[in-house]
Design a protein around this ligand. Sequence first.
Ligand SMILES: Cc1cc2nc3c(=O)[nH]c(=O)nc-3n(C[C@H](O)[C@H](O)[C@H](O)COP(=O)(O)OP(=O)(O)OC[C@H]3O[C@@H](n4cnc5c(N)ncnc54)[C@H](O)[C@@H]3O)c2cc1C
Length: 387
Amino acid sequence: MMENFDVIIVGAGIVGLSTAWRAARAGARVLVLDKGPTAYEASSRATGYLSLRGETPEESPLAQAAERLWDGLDEELGYPTEWTQKGRLWAAITPQAFDALQITFQSFQRTGIPFEFIDAKTCRELIPALTPHTLGGIHTPRAGHANPQRTSQAFAWAFQDLGGEIREYTPVLDLLTRGGRISGVRTPWGEIHAGSVVLCAAAHNAALLAPLGIDFPVAPVRLEAFVTAPLPPLFDQAFIAHGLAIRQTRRGNIHVNGGPHEWTAAGVATEMPKPTTPLVRNIARRLFEVFPTLRHAQMLRSWAGIIDVTPDQITIVHAFDAPKGLIAASSAGHGFGMSPSLGLALADLALQGRTDMPVASLSLARFADLPQDWRRIWNWQPGSYNT
Ligand SMILES: Cc1cc2nc3c(=O)[nH]c(=O)nc-3n(C[C@H](O)[C@H](O)[C@H](O)COP(=O)(O)OP(=O)(O)OC[C@H]3O[C@@H](n4cnc5c(N)ncnc54)[C@H](O)[C@@H]3O)c2cc1C
């Protein structure tokens, strides 16, 4: 029997799940397909920050829309996300980082968000455990963080509560088109049809779109993370310093990720290796340089994850004219925080062909002049590192 849905979503990461929940809430019959378990990839491996994208003001409106949605999300979903809005501090502890941060701050001022460049003393008043070498930082009382595993689970459960179906271990191998429109997908167990298909398969989107002659400029990169055993409260801001994102969870664990990151390759439905490497020692050393009191903290577990990075590191939201009904997204490595507004935009586009969410400048049109071998030119090649 031929299966038919209003919308098929490829990828049960947080972007796909948020889209699915919104579309199901609007009354659509939605099927989510994933090559593996729900939220097994980047979405459960993230640190959990919402960045307001001061460094890329073009997508800051979408991040600010996400911020508004995060506020009521626990209640709307009916499950806890551990959303905490205690601001964000991006600190510099070396003279080079301090100079770079002052330059970065110029773009932050284009967002209209209350970002402030604060001195070392004010940084250490906000987070007393910070190293005495702290030189200053960018602070906003806005932004925040949540628990990536709980949030992914919350979206999945809320979607299923509405009757939505997530089919795990069901890779999409091909996109099907008929008469200039998307008509469905092919899986190892046959075809499934829908009037609209939303690609939320992160870097795998590129391999799914290539047979249609569509260039989706996205590169996968592996990064590593670990958590310590729970510690007494140190800080509750979203905190960045020394190339690390460092969050203290509600249970007290210090959760940290950082670079350098290794570029990798993604094929249709393949699983990319995610080893923990000796790089973790370098991350740990930098963590101790930022928070000397953590030197005796116990490491609990470590892992790696893959993010999809776009050439300008800005989110892609694209509704194709040909084939019509096909939509693709890449959250450029910061999709956890953006997931509430990104999902709303993608669900609107799938169901109505338009959205009030601020995504007009995030389409593929901006890459019209990008050379096809951009990854080779920039050395974003599998096996090379970005430092
Ligand atoms: C260590 C780390 C820290 C991070 N920290 C943050 C942070 O603090 N804040 C933030 O905003 N972001 C952060 N990110 C990035 C964030 O996790 C991602 O941007 C976000 O999770 C992307 O969600 P997604 O649903 O698009 O992708 P994913 O979670 O990668 O989901 C894509 C899904 O598609 C599936 N799939 C792929 N190919 C196919 C196919 N052919 N058929 C069916 N299914 C397929 C995959 O199995 C996967 O489940 C971090 C990422 C990592 C790894």
